[in-house]
Design a protein around this ligand. Sequence first.
Ligand code: FES
Length: 170
Amino acid sequence: MSMREKIEQAAAAYPDQRSAIMPALVIAQKEHGHLPGPVLEEVADILGVERIWVYELATFYTLFHTEPVGKFHLQLCDNVSCMLCGSGDLLTHLETVLEIKKGDTTADGLFTLSTVECLGACEMAPVMQVGDDYHGNLDVARLDALLESLRAAAGRAAGVEHASQPMPGE
Ligand code: FES
């Protein structure tokens, strides 16, 4: 199903197409990885809404990315509960081991590091969201293990892509 069809299907549940902008942006971001201007315009055109409405939502919520992000977007919560449970130290650790600052992407394009407001999972603070998954009760050791597992997953994915490439002469 094309992005247009997915958005039209999702939008059919809303009597006011303006209300369908959020789910439409989720679909568009899954499709493109991030939301550059032309994609925002396409979403507005599909829904038949003002482009500025789409732009406003896409730039307001940390959920949406108008700039490219790494394969894994590390979104560390730095709100009160997580801050009290050590998210500041975790941020410093991430910046050190990844050799980037908050807001940056690693040179290999694997990780983008951000801090976000409360993820609504304070009971397992400190919490970090990676893609659609939440990782809670984090400490430095758990964080290192998570980074390792993400690197391994990226390696496996690269291996599968490599294996599916036809060999020269095939
Ligand atoms: S303060 Fe971090 S999840 Fe609520």
